[in-house]
Design a binder for this molecule. Structure first.
Ligand code: ADP
Ligand code: MG
Length: 618
């Protein structure tokens, strides 16, 4: 509102400025924990203890105690001044930051909105006594000498006592605890050299030991089950070193919350890196499943701008594209070195939640009600051919394949026979000897050392087909239809289909527009074999127009997957022993034999040890 001089604009007083700044750094109790623990890490602490107290559903106290370098009396007082830091001195330093803090805002901001008691004593100094300071609402209330161990302890109470609006948002204790857990997990993982001890109302919440092996910390926090499913990743580039772990595809999640990335020891959220990790899995995971990953990136500090977020939750990366590509390639390379056939987990009745959790293949022992979980939740988007339609007859156990059936399967298998003389690209899938086929769907096979492998014949053939089509060895050959097929599409799809015409042509599907809402299909890829009728083409186009807009893959990729799915031997097709063996052998010469192009597994294994356990031979 204009004053008597007609002025509307005025400079805010320092107290207001501090409160505004505090709002950015200290949004909530979890941010206090983060800032204090980061300070302790920067102080070179070997052990950090976090004590949280809560009363009546609200956090009443936060204490962080460290055995780091401590502060002199003079420094301790200065630490509370806004923009007071020991970590940088000049602008240039911003580009070689190795500490977690550098803005000099945290202590000042926290003290602006709470009562802070700081007790500190410098390490290896002549001082006999330590310093105790109490700062409330930004005002120094007490200062005295005190007996204290080396290191620093900060107690924060009455948080947001002078900012009621913020206090109101701190209602849900459990949400806040979950956030604090999340922050501490990130800090623990990025700093395995520090032992963390986190207690809530004196109850132990999270305790890690000092270790040189990040995998120990991972196992401690996320459990041995998780650690066992991880495979190491590493790569050295001129501007970056990548190390860490990613999960076998058999361990995946619905969200990407467990893709944890630290950049120069700072745990940050970087969507581009998270996406790159997922991309590294290619078709090993379906679109809606995400891996578990713990990656440590050491990037040239000149490429990392840490000063873009007040709470330093994000960083800005120069060379973001190169960094993403390097991460993707490193993840991909790590995965291609391992035999990824998921092992079937047979849960003991007493700990079934564990086995059903995440995405291992759970098998319910006979006598225990509740059906086995399907592999993950990949059921969405399942191609219609992968499961017999409800009520469709499942072939009886020992049906002989019909003559025409055998001929048509032979034809399909010939389409996907890889050129002779091509050595298996991957040696990671074991050689398998087919035992037989069950229900027209699954192929049973034996591997060396007494393993039983069960293969999903449709998924397997889909994988083989997919790799053939993507290599374009097959996709280029088209077969003209004797009678072109006419398909009709509603107006909203016409434009989309029109756009797809050139891409489809590249893949061997020749379509042209033919009057309003009608299209003429003249040719399809030769690999699709005998076309069963217009519905098949109509379905193909329907699939293409479907797609998930949330996570789009390229049109070409989509077309390839659909052609592979439509062209592959269906579940329910009775195959001869020899045909089963050909599927298995062809699968073995694919680049990625372990999943179908949608990320579902092509096979699962019962190891010899697991079989022995099931028959109580151990
Ligand atoms: P920043 O961490 O960005 O420098 P802070 O406000 O968090 O800013 O801390 C200000 C200064 O106080 C730090 O630079 C550091 O010198 C000192 N300090 C804070 N916490 C500790 C601690 N736990 N041990 C030793 N020194 C500390
Ligand atoms: Mg700090």
């Amino acid at each position: 509102m204009p004053d008597t001089h007609g002025q509307t604009i005025h400079v805010l007083d320092p107290a207001t400025v501090n409160q505004i700044a505090a709002g950015e750094v200290v949004e909530r109790p979890a941010s206090v924990v983060k800032e204090l623990v980061e300070n302790a890490i920067d102080a070179g602490a070997r052990t950090i203890r976090i004590d949280l107290t809560s009363v009546q559903g609200g956090i009443s106290g936060i204490r962080v105690t460290d055995d780091g370098c401590g502060m002199s009396a003079a420094d301790a007082e200065l630490a509370f001044a806004p923009h007071a830091t020991s970590k940088i001195a000049a602008l240039d330093d911003l580009f070689r930051i190795r500490t977690l803090g550098f803005r000099g805002e945290a202590l000042a901001s926290i003290a602006a909105v709470a009562k802070v008691t700081l007790i500190t004593k410098p390490r290896e100094s002549a001082a006999v006594a330590g310093t105790r300071l109490v700062v409330t609402g930004g005002v120094l209330k007490e200062r005295q000498e005190t007996g204290a161990p080396e290191g620093t302890s900060v107690v924060v109470e009455e948080l947001f006592f002078n900012t009621p609006a913020r206090k109101k948002f701190q209602k849900n204790l459990n949400t806040e605890l979950a956030r604090i857990h999340g922050i501490l997990e990130g800090l623990c993982l990025a700093h395995p050299q520090v032992s963390f001890r986190f207690y809530h109302n004196n109850r132990e919440q999270l305790v890690t030991d000092r270790t040189a092996q990040p995998l120990d910390t991972i196992a401690r926090i996320f459990g041995n089950e998780c650690a066992r499913e991880l495979i190491p990743v590493s790569a050295d580039l001129p501007f970056m070193r990548i190390s860490g772990f990613v999960s076998r595809p058999s361990l995946s999640r619905r969200d990407h919350d467990r893709i944890l990335v630290s950049i120069n020891d700072r745990y940050v959220s970087t969507p581009s890196v998270t996406a790159a990790v997922k991309d590294g899995y290619g078709t090993l995971l379906s679109r809606d499943r995400f891996p578990v990953a713990f990656l440590f990136l050491a990037i040239d500090t000149r490429l990392v701008d840490v000063n873009v977020h007040p709470a330093k939750k994000e960083v800005r990366l120069s060379k973001e594209k190169e960094i993403g590509e390097a991460v993707r390639d490193a993840v991909h390379a790590a995965l291609s070195k391992f035999d990824l056939i998921p092992e079937v987990v047979v849960p003991h009745p007493q700990n079934r939640e564990l086995a059903g959790a995440e995405n291992t293949v759970a098998l319910t022992p006979p006598g225990v009600a509740e059906p086995a979980l399907p592999y993950g939740s990949g059921a969405a988007g399942l191609p219609a051919t992968a499961v017999p339609a409800s009520g469709a007859p499942v072939p009886a156990l020992f049906i002989e394949p019909t003559h025409t059936g055998t001929v048509s399967t032979d034809h399909r298998l010939r389409q996907t026979e890889l050129a002779s003389g091509v050595p298996p690209v991957t040696a990671v899938m074991p050689a398998l000897e087919v035992i037989g086929q069950v229900g027209g769907i699954y192929i049973l096979a034996a591997a060396a050392d007494g393993e039983l492998i069960i293969i999903d014949q449709h998924a397997a053939h889909e994988r083989i087909f997919y790799e053939q089509v993507s290599r374009s060895m097959a996709g280029r050959h088209v077969q003209e239809l004797l009678v072109p097929v006419i398909i009709h599409r509603p107006p909203k799809e016409v434009a989309i289909l029109r756009d797809l015409i050139p891409v489809l042509a590249q893949e061997g599907v020749m379509i042209e527009e033919f009057g309003t809402g009608s299209f003429l299909v003249r040719a399809v890829p030769a690999v699709m074999g005998k076309i069963e009728g217009p519905e098949m083409i109509d379905d193909l186009v329907g699939d293409l127009l479907g797609g998930d807009p949330a996570r789009p893959v390229s049109d070409r990729e989509r077309i390839t997957r659909i052609i592979a799915c439509r062209g592959a031997i269906k579940a329910g097709t009775v195959c001869t022993h020899e045909q089963c063996q050909r599927i298995v052998d062809q699968l073995r010469s694919t680049q990625n034999p372990f999943t179908c192009p949608h990320g579902r597994p092509t096979m699962v294994r019962f190891s010899r040890a697991k079989l022995d356990e099931m028959f109580r031979r151990t």
